[in-house]
Design a protein around this ligand. Sequence first.
Ligand code: ADP
Length: 404
Amino acid sequence: MGELALVLNSGSSSLKFAVFRAVAGDDWPLLVRGNIQGIGTAPQMSAHDQDGAALSIPPATQVRDAQSALTHVLGWLRSRFAAADLFAVGHRVVHGGPRHAGPALVTPEVLSELRALVPFAPLHQPYNLAAIEAAAQQRPGVPQVACFDTSFHRSLPAVARLVPLPAALGEKGLQRYGFHGLSYEYIASVLPRVAPQIAAGRVIVAHLGSGASMCALRAGVSVENSFGFTALDGLCMGTRPGSVDPGVILYLFQGLGMSAKEVETLLYKKSGLLGISGLSNDMRELERSETAGARLAVDYFLYRAAQEIGALCAVLGGIDGLVFTAGIGENSPYVRRRICQACAWLGIELDEAANQAGATRISTAASAASVWVIPTNEELMIARHTGRLLAADGAARRQRTGSP
Ligand code: ADP
């Protein structure tokens, strides 16, 4: 068995990758992290080592699709880690459907089951599966593990899973699944070490990135999240609107005569911060801008975030801790300050110096609930799952065959 695990997160025009060294225990050292952006248009690859130093990499001009993107990455990895072997590939897969409460070893049956879920996540699932297919072709003997963004939320109680349409539609898979589960699972896994005071309590985690959502944790278990049947629901995002009155969607079809494809593009790619501001989906740019559209977009993003915290507090019956994570949550003192100000009614009190300094704990000692900034690490969560599943699978095989 080799010693390296490759983690892939494949999107419509990007392939993110990370390589970890498999060691005993949970904290596998990261060796490289990188991505190819602009697949299908102007592909560019970048990569960093474990210290964040940029690595020199060959131009990605030949990359056209998932298959050639993976060829490019594997070719480069081979030249970098000459003798070492890949023992597994772990994939981020957005949808595991109602069945998968944990990661799954990829088999032809699992793959066809995941293909059937494409209509539930048409802009993500096909690209996740394309990476699995490409890896299976290029490294046929290497086990692959699919890790789902939905699995962590299988603990949602029945009322929270409900889409309140006629019950027969539930049999067609219409239920609330929840997403960003790998991020929340990672945060829940580090809370006992990083914030032991709140790990066993009522915690709201705000994953604020290009996609944005919140999760309510009770003793580290997901009891609610702001996403629903799809990753369109909930908070305002970079290009997605979050919750909208379903009557608006009907009006887009019936009143404005838009096609299903046009509505899909509007909802996934043109709304949210980008649509409101007419300027950008990047919070950094909006924070710098003085335009009325940019101000309104940021205000709406913050308004929805504060509203969602109120809703999740109602579910949890209070709050012991608030955790910020992902691109905006980890890096924007302004967004954190505004959200905490809006939560003053909960007794939350921000330590502004700690907030500006990017400290781990950013609330005052007098704050009724503590506030934290904890970087997420979905790739490490995938690597851990991959290692654990293969170790368990190997043990089960040995038990079945009686071999040591
Ligand atoms: P994803 O993984 O979904 O692409 P990230 O979690 O990396 O998203 O978040 C990306 C977003 O984080 C960017 O679109 C940008 O708006 C935001 N971001 C990154 N750094 C900052 C910062 N210093 N201030 C405000 N926003 C930031």
